[in-house]
Design a protein around this ligand. Structure first.
Ligand SMILES: NC(=O)c1ccc[n+]([C@@H]2O[C@H](COP(=O)([O-])OP(=O)(O)OC[C@H]3O[C@@H](n4cnc5c(N)ncnc54)[C@H](OP(=O)(O)O)[C@@H]3O)[C@@H](O)[C@H]2O)c1
Length: 410
């Protein structure tokens, strides 16, 4: 879900500025110090112990509900092997949004040689400095970072990848590797005009979560699931490199896909159930409750609070039937009856959405909107409208009553 928490990237960094963890503090030291390695190794060892591995360590072919798929795992890349593999490389992360922050700090904590390239003195430049990247040492203007890097990790916004491509392309010279976290730019090349040079490996590592989660799971010693893919394999090592880089930036398990499949599923999912769809469902349910005389707190509790605090975590833990079984027989009967009605009503919308992704409509909208010089202000204005909706204002009060509540302005 490429765009999830993009909007949250500032608050993520604000949070990490407020309460830097021991790891984050350690990360401001130069790379390769013992502290990164020890922490990361301890985390990797802990995660390896926990991994539900069938058989020997390594690549696995697993049966996903009748379809066999290959999954790669972090335990194939112990820290020493990872550091050795990239010992002659400089990872140049271009862009410091949600993903740049999470992936960059993780790779740095893993002891790799990482530099950041962003617009000088822009918002990201300041944020990178606050995270301990040092101008002239590990923080550079975009073109300078690309010149210094051997692995160019293009983590600019998708719109910016297209806008900057004419400047960036000539700098991606033979021998470098071009890395993306989304299939967007190369798959929709007719709109983005991003056509990689023929003589470089082009790979993808797309964490299935926000940059915030990429970072927090890494710090907890777990790893995020990521998709990996190869667009162009010049060296014959592209897939291996993608797998190793996925581990370097904090992935636990890597699922192989193609650039096309990744971008279609990702644009579709974030517009659907992950973000847009769920927002629409919450709001529709809330509005009907309010229209029928329910108070804001009752409508919020019955729509959002119970979902996020009680029932969705149960689905996440053990699946839909598990959640059903944890609920009353009254709830079970009603939900079983209404689920197919919602499915039928939603199916045409999802069909329409997938088509809109596949035919490039979603891409073109994103390029136009996020390519504006005022993209941050324009997005914030719309998010402020959500923030001011009664449902979310009621939610703030409900959350303030939680026993573990901490003021949200902090
Ligand atoms: N966020 C996610 O959850 C997620 C998950 C998986 C994959 N991805 C993919 O990861 C990549 C990065 O996404 P993101 O969410 O981390 O970043 P983002 O918020 O979409 O982009 C932020 C970065 O783009 C830079 N930027 C924007 N316009 C620019 C321009 N015209 N010229 C130069 N720089 C510009 C910003 O720099 P300034 O501060 O200077 O404007 C900032 O560093 C994308 O391909 C995305 O699809 C994201």
């Amino acid at each position: 879900m490429a765009s999830i928490a993009r909007s949250a990237s500032q608050s993520i960094r604000a949070a990490s500025r407020r309460a830097p963890s021991a790891l984050a503090k350690a990360a401001v030291k130069p790379a390769q110090t013992a502290s990164y390695s020890l922490l990361a190794r301890a985390a990797a060892a802990k995660a390896a112990q926990r991994a539900p591995v069938q058989g020997a360590r390594g690549v696995k072919t697993l049966d996903f509900a009748g379809t066999k798929e290959t999954v790669y795992e972090r335990s194939d890349w112990p820290l020493a092997k990872l550091q050795d593999y990239f010992k002659n490389d400089t990872l140049a992360l271009i862009g410091y949004g949600s993903q740049g922050h999470g992936q960059g700090l993780n790779a740095r904590d893993n002891g790799l040689n990482v530099i950041i390239g962003v617009r000088k003195d822009g918002e990201s430049w300041k944020q990178a400095m606050e995270d301990g990247w040092v101008p002239g040492e590990t923080l550079f203007p975009i073109e300078e970072a690309i010149n210094k890097g051997t692995i160019i990790m293009n983590l600019l916004s998708d719109a910016a990848q297209s806008q900057t491509w004419p400047t960036i392309a000539p700098l991606i010279t033979k021998g470098k590797t071009l890395y993306f976290s989304h299939g967007f730019s190369v798959v929709f090349k007719d709109d983005t005009h991003v056509i990689p040079p023929k003589d470089v490996d082009v790979i993808l590592v797309a964490p299935k979560g926000s940059g915030r989660t990429v970072r927090t799971l890494f710090k907890e010693g777990r790893g995020i699931n990521s998709s990996i893919a190869v667009w162009q394999d010049v060296t014959g090592k592209a897939k291996e490199k993608a797998t190793a880089l996925a581990v370097a930036v904090g992935s636990g398990y890597m699922y192989e896909t193609t650039f096309e499949k990744e971008v279609y599923s990702d644009l579709y999912g974030e517009r659907g159930v992950l973000m847009g769809g769920i927002q629409g469902m919450f709001l529709a349910q809330y509005q009907v409750l309010r229209k029928n005389g329910h108070t804001p707190s009752e409508a919020f509790n019955e729509t959002v609070e119970e979902a996020t605090q009680s029932l969705y975590p149960l689905i996440g833990a053990k699946g839909m039937d598990y959640m059903y079984n944890a609920c009353s027989t009254t709830a079970r009967r009603g939900a079983l009856d209404w689920a197919p009605i919602f499915e039928k009503a939603n199916l045409p919308i999802f069909e329409q959405l997938y088509e809109s992704v596949k035919n490039g409509t979603e891409t073109r909208k994103s390029l136009e909107f996020n390519g504006r010089s005022t993209y941050r202000e324009d997005l914030n204005r719309e998010l402020e409208v959500i923030n001011n909706q009664e449902i979310w204002r009621a939610g703030k009060v409900v959350r303030s009553l939680r026993p573990d509540y901490k003021p949200e302005s902090e």
